[in-house]
Design a protein around this ligand. Structure first.
Ligand code: MF3
Ligand code: CO
Ligand code: CO
Length: 271
């Protein structure tokens, strides 16, 4: 297999899937406050997808070696790095949670994105980790243009994150996406400039850095087969967008009315 190049028609399908994936996050946003459980967030996400006529890419998703994933979305709280399974524990003031939503449209296109939510008043450390992880994702996005390399994205993210005393999770990465959830290429969130695949117009992939406040090592949590936590129990944050390589630069596809404001150093969602 190799990296798929999306046609104009494919890109139209991806724009819709990605906007709808972002709108699921908009839909649940006002409900995310102290007392809500992650199961309830999952229910709201599924309700929104039903209204849209999309389906969740995660329910029943089962890569080799994994049990079927049970949720309509992923909810990763505090030291959970990724793939947190929605449960009945209420969120409390000071928690940070990543909600990761992937939808499939009627035409079979996948849109994948995630955001961080702060539950009530959070510590300065938690706010800083979330905000700087958001900036790191955008610094990666700003590398995207024809002729750049995947290593440029990883390098930008790693340099920024480590420069702020954080660490980058290595075991999970961004990914090509289209009519397949996880396709080539792998998009590492660390690396060296000028290395790895050269970007070409029509490539679509996610950029989804997982950044830890402490050490980068992770471990599996419990025996659900999915939940990943930081080994040192430090906080972890993640943001995710699906991005198209255009003739001149990038187009961020997972945007909607409720998308958070851009970092000050970003001037455009498409270049
Ligand atoms: N949405 C995640 C990603 O960004 C994948 C979640 S797989 C699941 O690639 F099964 F855990 F939901
Ligand atoms: Co993804
Ligand atoms: Co995702």
């Amino acid at each position: 297999m190799s990296i798929t190049i999306k046609t104009a028609e494919d890109i139209a399908g991806m724009r819709l899937a990605c906007r709808l994936a972002s709108e699921v996050l908009d839909y649940i946003a006002p409900h995310i406050k102290p007392g809500i459980t992650t199961k309830e967030i999952d229910r709201l996400g599924a309700e929104c997808m039903a209204q849209q006529g999309t389906i969740s890419a995660t329910v029943g998703y089962q890569p080799p070696g994994y049990p079927p994933y049970p949720g309509a979305l992923c909810t990763s709280v505090n030291h959970v790095v990724c793939h947190g399974i929605p449960n009945d524990k209420p969120l409390k003031k000071g928690d940070i949670v990543n909600v990761d939503v992937t939808v499939i449209t009627k035409d079979g296109w996948y849109g994948d994105n995630s955001r961080m939510y702060l539950i009530g008043e959070c510590s300065i450390a938690a706010k800083r980790l979330s905000a700087l992880t958001y900036d790191a994702m955008w610094l990666g996005i700003q590398q995207v243009r024809p002729g750049a390399h995947l290593g440029d994205i990883g390098h930008a993210i790693q340099k920024f994150a480590e420069g702020h005393g954080f660490s980058v999770v290595r075991e999970f990465c961004g990914h090509g996406i289209g009519k397949v959830f996880h396709e080539e290429p792998q998009v590492l969130h660390y690396g060296r400039p000028g290395t790895l695949e050269e970007l070409r117009p029509g490539m679509v992939f996610t950029i989804e850095p997982m950044i830890n406040a402490g050490r980068r090592e992770i471990k599996e949590f419990g025996n659900d087969g999915w939940t990943i936590v930081t080994k040192d129990h430090s906080l972890s944050a993640q943001w995710e967008h699906t991005v198209l390589v255009t003739e001149t630069g990038y187009e961020v596809m997972t945007l909607s009315a409720g998308s958070p404001p851009l970092p000050a150093f970003v001037t455009a969602t498409a270049t």
